[in-house]
Design a protein around this ligand. Structure first.
Ligand code: C2E
Ligand code: CA
Ligand code: CA
Ligand code: CA
Length: 279
């Protein structure tokens, strides 16, 4: 028995070593991709209450680097956060998103809102609001065209500093959304004091609405009730079939995104989708 447990220890530590090695490989790939400007954005359309009209989009990071592109942002963004590369990545994403919006044929008064994911580490960056405001001025983007998405994990250690930074960002006219809402339960009680405009229902909750249109997890209802109580906008993520869309529409969700409506696409492709709605 002793021998087995010894082997086990060996197995676990070698698996750990392998993991660390892979992480460091990813760090190196991220640094290289930053140097070579190897990142670009795709855009996932967001649909309004009817589920038919595109009212905005979420920018999602992608890379041209062949090796790095084997990993999803879910894998490399947390590593970038851990190894001090996220500030550079966030700035690059914001810059690319702003310049895409500026150079597009979209009318500034169209009401179109572009959502940009940022690391919750920005909630400790006192320069954040000023920085994004200056970038918007430089690019000629109106703050009301932009919504910053923060993941709910940020709320776990949210403090006065983070609240102040969100408030400042909103004072400049940007909106702020809480991403993956419901996956970190602390937010339920803190929501009352948290100055956000939008809640995004996590894909895991949307996927609990089954083929017969029953919400097996009951979380979607709870989140919608809570959000409407606090007058917050709700976006449902991960809508993959019409039963889910119907369910959400009946319960007055405000916006939807998911593979059933559209996958993330190139900017021009999204403009074409918008154009085809009206012609
Ligand atoms: P997220 O912000 O929750 O983004 C939604 C993710 O779910 C995207 O994956 C999107 O492609 C995927 N998704 C959306 N609808 C569906 C659906 O109906 N079915 C399925 N199966 N998947 C769907 P992606 O692009 O791989 O991004 C993963 C995560 O990486 C994001 O989660 C976000 O946390 C992070 N991320 C992505 N881009 C950026 C970025 O530019 N900056 C930062 N800081 N984080 C980013
Ligand atoms: Ca997001
Ligand atoms: Ca999300
Ligand atoms: Ca996420």
């Amino acid at each position: 028995a002793k021998k087995i447990s010894k082997n086990k220890t060996y197995f676990y530590s070698s698996a750990l070593a392998h993991k660390v090695k892979e992480k460091l490989k990813i760090v190196e790939l991220l640094q290289k991709a930053l140097l070579n400007d190897d990142f670009y954005l795709v855009f996932m359309p967001v649909y309004g209450p009817s589920g038919r009209k595109i009212t905005g989009a979420e920018a999602l990071i992608r890379t041209h680097n062949d090796v790095l592109s084997h990993y999803t942002p879910d894998v490399y963004i947390p590593i970038a956060e851990e190894y001090g590369l996220i500030q550079q990545i966030d700035e690059l994403v914001i810059k690319k998103a702003f310049s895409t919006l500026k150079h597009s044929s979209l009318n500034q008064n169209s009401g179109f809102v572009l959502a940009i994911n940022i690391s919750s580490q920005q909630l400790q960056n006192k320069q954040f609001a000023n920085m994004v405001y200056n970038m918007a001025l430089e690019e000629g983007v109106q703050p009301n065209q932009i919504e910053f998405e923060l993941t709910e994990t940020a709320l776990v250690d949210f403090d006065q500093t983070s609240i102040d930074i969100i408030k400042q960002t909103k004072e400049y006219g940007f909106s702020v959304a809480l991403d993956d809402f419901g996956t970190g339960y602390t937010a339920f009680s803190q929501l009352r004091n948290f100055p956000v405009d939008t809640l995004k229902i996590d894909r895991s909750f949307t996927s609990n609405i089954d083929d017969s249109g029953v919400d097996q997890g009951k979380m979607v209802d709870v989140i919608l009730t809570l959000a409407h109580l606090y007058n917050l906008n709700v976006v449902a993520e991960g809508v993959e079939n019409h039963e889910q869309l119907d369910y959400l529409k009946h319960r007055h969700c405000d916006s939807y995104q998911g593979y059933y409506l559209s996958k993330p696409v190139q900017w021009d492709e999204m403009l074409a989708l918008i154009h085809n709605e009206t012609t």
